[in-house]
Design a protein around this ligand. Structure first.
Ligand SMILES: O=C1NC(=O)[C@@H](c2ccccc2)S1
Ligand SMILES: [Zn+2]
Length: 248
C-alpha cells in the first residue's frame, strides 16, 4: 500500500454516503426497533442554506427524539433536508445494490444526552444520528407538497420563513426495517460523527414536486441567480465497515 493510500485509509475510514451491497449486509438480532417521536409543535422554520433547504425544529428540549435501534440514549431532532439530482435518474446519496434513487430525505438528530450543543456533538463519533429515507417517483406526496407551497418564500440563499405544525413523522415509511452503519456528514467538513439509519422502504414523490427543488437558488438576492440543480455527494469507500440490518 503506497504511503498516500495508507495515509488516506487511516485518516478517513468512515465516510458517507456508501453503496449498501445487500448481499454483504449482516442481520443483527440485537438491533432494537427504533423509537421515533416527532411533535409537530417542534417545527419552526424553513431556511434556504444555499446548497439545500432545511426544515428546522426546536432542539432546546426533548419533545422530538429518536432512540433505541442501534443508538445508546436518545438523540434530539434538529433539522431535516433533502438531497436530489439534476434529473430523476439520480439524486440519492445512499445507493442500494448500485441503484440510485431520485432523492433522499435526511432527518438530523444529535446526542443531547451526552453533549451540550449540536456543534460539540459534531466532534464525537457518537454525536449525531441521521435517519435516511429514500424517495422514489410515484404519487404526489402531500407532506412534501406542504413544504413546496412555502418554497417560493425561501427562493434565494439565506432566506427563511416560519414553518410550523409540520408532522414529520407522516413522512416516514410504514415499514420500519432499516440498515445501519457508522459514517460521516455528507457535506463539508465531512466529520465522522454520524450513526446512519437508512430505511429499506422508499417513500413516493412525483416528478413535478422534485422539479420544484431544482428551482431553488443557490445564490442570494444580490447575486445573479443560479439554481440548486443537484446536491448529492458521490459514494465513498466502505473501508473496513459492515452494514447491519434490523431484518433478515
Ligand atoms: O446527513 C447529512 N446531510 C448533510 O447535508 C450533512 C449535514 C451537515 C451539517 C449539518 C447537518 C447535516 S450530514
Ligand atoms: Zn443530508
Amino acid at each position: 500500500m503506497g504511503a498516500s493510500t495508507s495515509r488516506h485509509r487511516q485518516c478517513r475510514p468512515r465516510q458517507s454516503p456508501i453503496n449498501i451491497y445487500t448481499k454483504k449486509v449482516r442481520y443483527d438480532s440485537s438491533l432494537k426497533p427504533l423509537y421515533i417521536y416527532y411533535d409537530p409543535k417542534s417545527s419552526q422554520r424553513l431556511v434556504n442554506v444555499g446548497h439545500c433547504f432545511n426544515v428546522e425544529f426546536e432542539d432546546t428540549n426533548d419533545k422530538s427524539v429518536v432512540s433505541d435501534g442501534p443508538l445508546v440514549g436518545y438523540y434530539r431532532l434538529r433539522q431535516c433536508h433533502f438531497h436530489w439530482g439534476a434529473s430523476d435518474k439520480d439524486g440519492s446519496e445512499h445507493v442500494i445494490d448500485g441503484l440510485e434513487y431520485p432523492a433522499e430525505l435526511h432527518i438530523v438528530h444529535w446526542n443531547a444526552q451526552k453533549y451540550p450543543t449540536f456543534d460539540e456533538a459534531l466532534e464525537h463519533p457518537d454525536g449525531v444520528a441521521v435517519i435516511g429515507v429514500l424517495l422514489k417517483i410515484g404519487e404526489t406526496n402531500p407532506l412534501i407538497q406542504s413544504i413546496i407551497d412555502s418554497l417560493d418564500q425561501v427562493k434565494e440563499k439565506n432566506k427563511e420563513c416560519p414553518f410550523t405544525q409540520f408532522d414529520l413523522s407522516s413522512l416516514l415509511p410504514n415499514d420500519r426495517n432499516y440498515w445501519t452503519y457508522q459514517g460521516s456528514l455528507t457535506t463539508t467538513p465531512y466529520l465522522e460523527c454520524v450513526t446512519w439509519i437508512i430505511f429499506q422502504e422508499a417513500i413516493p414523490i412525483d416528478s413535478d414536486q422534485l422539479q420544484h427543488f431544482r428551482s431553488l437558488h443557490c445564490t442570494s438576492e444580490a447575486e445573479d441567480p443560479a439554481f440548486i440543480l443537484e446536491n448529492h455527494r458521490a459514494i465513498q469507500p466502505i473501508e473496513a465497515r459492515v452494514v447491519r440490518s434490523s431484518f433478515k
